[in-house]
Each structure stands twice: as C-alpha cells, then as structure tokens.
Design a protein around this ligand. Structure first.
Ligand code: PMP
Length: 417
C-alpha cells in the first residue's frame, strides 16, 4: 500500500536507527523495532485496516470480503436502523459535537436524559455518563478511593482499572482471579479499615470469556464491610433477565455499591457510565477528573446510546438469539477438538499451542475471510497465545457454519486433531 506508514510497510527509511538514540527516544523507538521485527510479511493483527464496512459483522479487509468474529458488537446495534435514525436526527438538530465538558457548555438535555435512562435501566436513583468506559473506571475509582484507602482488584481486571488504581493515590493489590477465598484472606490480614477498602472486579472477563464470581466475591467483601465496584463492560446486554449484566444474572445487585460500564460494546457507540445506590455518587461529578476535564459525548452518540439501551431493555429476544448462536459456535468448536478457555458464551478464546502457530493460524483464518483477535503475552494470562472470538446476534447461522467449516479444515494445523 503506497500510503502506509513505515511501521505498516516494514520500511524504516525515515526512522533513525535505535543505536543513534538515547534516553526516552531510545526506549520508545526500541518498542517500535520489536513490532517491526515481529511483522514479517503479510497482515499483522495490530495493523489490520478495515477498508469497507457492510454491517455489524461484514467488512472488506485486505481486499477480501470478511466475516467479523472479533468485534464487541454483540447485539449488532451499531447498525440498528432505530439507533442510526436517532443519531441522524440528533446530528442534524444538535450538530457534530458538544465542544466542551459537562461542567462548561457541554451539558445538554440529551446527556441528562441518557443518565436518567441508564439510572432507570439499573433501577438506581442516579447515573453519571462519561466519554468512554476507560474514563468511567478512571473517574469512578479515583473519585471513590484515594490516599489512605485500599483497592483490591481481581488479577484479570482490565487496564483501565489498573490505571485507575495507579492514579488514585490509594494502596492497591490484586487478589487471585475469581478467588473469593484469596480475597477473604487479604481482607482478614489487611491493616486498612474495611470502610476504606474498595473491591473491584468484572462481570465478564473478555480475554477468556469467563464470568466473574460476582456473588461470591461481593459476599466476602460485604462480610468484611468493604465497598464493591463491578465493571460490566462486556456483561451489559448479554447477561441477566433485563440485560443488566452478570451481577443481575447472579442475583448480586444488592451486594454491589457501584456498577461501571461502557457504551462501546453491546450499545454500539462510545461512552461510559457509573451507577450506584449511594448519594455520594453526586460528588463524583466534582471529584472525577476524567468527567470534569474532557469534552462530553457528541449528541448523535448520546441519542443512539439512549435508543440502544431502550432496545436492550425491551427486546430480550435479541439476547436469546445471541446466546443460541454463541452456543451453536462454541459447541461446534469444542466438538472439533478446539480447547475453549471458558464455558460457552458470546465471547471466548481458542487456546493456541504457541506464538508462531497462533500467528500463522490467525493469518490463514483472515485469508479465508474470517477475522478474529489474536491475543499474545504479555496481554494474556499465563503467557498464553489465544484466538479471541466474539459472536453477535447479527451473525447468520450460515456465518457460524462457515467459521466452523474453516476451523474443521484447519484443525490439523492447530495440532488439536
Ligand atoms: N472495562 C473493560 C472490562 C473493558 O474490556 C473495556 C474495553 N475493552 C473498558 C473497560 C474500556 O471501555 P471503552 O472502550 O469504552 O473505553
């Protein structure tokens, strides 16, 4: 491609060799060198460009029609005509952007209506909307915990939670993934008062696709008197009778002090939120710097998110359809001998034997018109190489059967058959 960057093309003509650099530039450039070396020829998971998009799960990549099994569009709502119509209407009426933060001139009636819709959805008194899910974790965690407090987080938590812990000024420490007994031990030995301790976990962990043991962990945290925050980024719209997430599905909502989520996955746009039963939430608007010091969401995004939440709430059949398709795929892949890292669900990971094999496998899938995510260390637990897939309600059964038939052909290469 003539317009590719040096990194994408593997050319480094206008980049000074690392050996001529020092200090910060040497360290940063060294990272780029490693990426270049790892690319070899052909497509690279970090530099895939979608050339055309034909709906929630169809695209053209490297000139080929491709079925997407690596998005977070679990319900296909990013192409729902009702969401698009709301966005179009808001775009025409309110313009392209708010151009300011909520506390300046970026506080529009649409933002307040969206917050009310999120609060009503969770049956909580209030909600606060952020510009991304990352910022929601940053704002909620740093707003709640600070110097003199302790944050205990599940070892598999997302980078936004870890960065929030680092930024908060609180002491922070992981407990073993989904291990309520480990949390119990740490809380029992802690010198911090339980009332100054915040426990953070996720509803659905998207690397393996395993659900968080929200009820067990929140029960332990509550027994000690700690606060609990659950990130339902991936659980929203997928789990629970009303689609509120894994916390709802496990009957644990009464044990949880705050829920954070994102609009960038099942809701199909961008943005984040935090809901809690505590009136203290109102103060987050003044304490959460990622809320205070950034522009509010564009009106079209706000309108579309509100419509999508209404659909998630009122159309459980979308969720049922998603689960039927997810189970069809997971059952099929297991029957072919592939090792899934978790119980069947809309997001999961196929275990690959090694880095080289994972890379080759990912490339061949792409060459056959199937896009998934390749996850490699250090982004994975236990140094695993994983092919992360996600299923969408927007997939046709024929898409799933196509993916399975490609996996059948490739099973010998995965060294599993
Ligand atoms: N939390 C979790 C668990 C996530 O997986 C993600 C996104 N991958 C985020 C937060 C951040 O969400 P956003 O993309 O809206 O910033």
């Amino acid at each position: 491609m003539s317009d590719s960057t040096p990194l994408q093309s593997g050319r480094a003509d206008n980049v000074a060799p690392t050996s001529q650099l020092s200090g910060i530039l040497r360290r940063v450039s060294g990272f780029g060198d490693i990426l270049q070396r790892s690319m070899g020829g052909g497509d690279h998971p970090l530099f895939i460009q979608i050339e055309r998009i034909d709906g929630p799960v169809n695209a053209v990549i490297s000139g080929r029609p491709t079925t997407l099994f690596g998005t977070n569009s679990y319900l296909g709502l990013n192409f729902d005509p009702r969401c698009i119509a709301s966005a179009e209407e808001a775009l025409r009426t309110w313009g392209t952007g708010s151009t300011a933060s909520r506390l300046a001139s970026g506080n529009q009636i649409g933002h307040a209506n969206l917050e009310q819709a999120v609060a009503d959805f969770y049956q909580r008194p209030d909600a606060i909307v952020f510009s991304t899910g990352f910022m929601a974790n940053l704002g909620a965690i740093c707003g709640l915990a600070g110097e003199g407090d302790l944050i205990l987080y599940d070892a598999f938590c997302h980078a936004s939670i870890i960065d929030a812990c680092r930024t908060s000024g609180a002491t922070f420490k992981p407990f073993r993934h989904n291990d309520a007994a480990d949390l119990d031990r740490i809380l029992g030995e802690s010198t911090f008062p339980a009332s100054r301790t915040l426990v953070v976990l996720e509803g659905l962990y998207s690397v393996w696709g395993d659900v968080g043991f929200v009820k067990d962990i929140a029960t332990v945290a509550k027994r000690h008197g700690a606060l609990v925050l659950v990130d339902e980024a991936h659980g929203l719209g997928l789990y629970g009778a009303n689609g509120r997430g894994v916390t709802e599905a496990q009957g644990a909502e009464h044990l949880v002090d705050a829920i954070v989520g994102t609009f960038s996955k099942s809701v199909g746009v961008i943005g984040g939120y935090c809901v809690t039963v505590h009136p203290a939430l109102k103060s987050l608007r003044f304490l959460a710097r990622s809320y205070l010091y950034t522009a509010s969401l564009p009106p079209a995004v706000v309108a579309s998110a509100r419509t999508a939440i209404g659909i998630i709430q009122s159309e459980p059949e979308l969720r049922e359809d998603l689960w039927r398709k997810a189970e069809r795929f997971c059952r099929g892949a297991s029957a072919l001998g592939y090792s899934l890292r978790a119980d069947p669900g809309p997001v999961g990971a196929l275990h690959m034997k090694g880095l080289y094999q994972g890379f080759e496998f990912w490339r061949e899938l792409l060459s056959r018109g199937i896009y998934v995510n390749l996850l490699v260390p250090p982004a994975t637990p236990n140094g695993e190489v994983l092919l992360r897939f996600s299923v969408s309600a927007a997939h046709q059964d024929s898409d799933i059967d196509l993916f399975l038939s490609v996996l059948r052909d490739m099973a010998p290469k995965a060294a599993i058959a």
